[in-house]
Write a protein that binds this ligand. Structure first.
Ligand SMILES: *[C@@H]1O[C@H](CO)[C@@H](O)[C@H](O)[C@H]1NC(C)=O
Length: 240
């Protein structure tokens, strides 16, 4: 009899834990920018796409569901024009001239990166540069579940030598020092390819100062990786 009830308890625990594991993670992408954006969405682990990159007007949002174990990234594409067949280009974040991204967005882009599982990992990364402000807000869930974001306008603070201009001669994005100068100390490559040999640089500190919660260079893990379990996520482009 004791064995029987023990079995029931174990069975009950199994249902609860597997119930958490099989529930999808919901992402809400919200455009608070004063212009239309085309979200870029890329699934990282060979899984099926979870979204299409349809335009989001100011104030609009879209909800996407990711299966357990999903990993991937979101970014904003700006200044896009596409023809009826879905071909065209974007001033920032372009993913190969197509509306439905199947590849990465051309840097510089601010990235929201996720790996979802029993415990989700998420971060905002400026390692590939910056184009728009971006915030990740867990909804529900348990654990640390902190807000992650880069809510400063880095285009205004962008050093001249890193600036990407739009056709109207406004700063559209801010390159990483790695992309601008292709040097090992900026790219954490070659002799600087380990956490011990790649340090913040005079450029990455500009990014870190503006956005303390975001990755400013490849090994900036300490202050830039966030975790939460069982949450859904609100990703806001241009949070105020
Ligand atoms: C960063 O350091 C490099 C090399 O010393 C220098 O050429 C560059 O002007 C510096 N940039 C900034 C923004 O401080």
């Amino acid at each position: 009899m004791a064995t029987f009830s023990c079995f029931h308890i174990l069975f009950f625990v199994f249902i609860i834990t597997s119930g958490v594991a099989v529930s999808a993670t919901e992402f809400t992408l919200q455009n608070s920018c004063p212009y239309t954006i085309w979200p870029g969405i890329l699934t990282g682990n060979g899984g099926n796409p979870i979204g299409e990159g349809t335009p989001l007007n100011t104030g609009d949002s879209v909800q996407l569901r990711a299966p357990p174990g999903w990993s991937g990234r979101f970014w904003a594409r700006t200044g896009c024009t596409f023809d009826a067949s879905g071909h065209g280009n974007c001033v920032t974040g372009d993913c190969g001239g197509v509306q439905k991204c199947t590849g990465t967005g051309a840097p510089p882009v601010t990235l929201a990166e996720f790996t979802v599982g029993d415990k989700d990992f998420y971060d905002v990364s400026l390692v590939d540069g910056y184009n728009v402000k971006l915030g990740i807000k867990p909804q529900g869930g348990f654990g640390d579940c902190k807000y992650a974001g880069c809510v400063a306008d880095l285009n205004t603070n962008c050093p001249n030598e890193l600036r990407v201009m739009d056709p109207h001669n406004n700063v559209a994005a801010c390159k990483s020092a790695c992309a601008a100068f292709n040097k090992e100390e900026y790219c954490c490559s070659g002799a600087h390819a380990t956490p011990q040999t790649c340090s913040p640089t005079n450029y990455s500190v500009i990014f870190k100062k503006a956005c303390p919660d975001a990755y400013s260079y490849a090994y900036d893990d300490e202050t830039s990786t966030f975790t939460c379990a069982g949450a859904n996520y609100l990703i806001t482009f241009c949070p105020t």
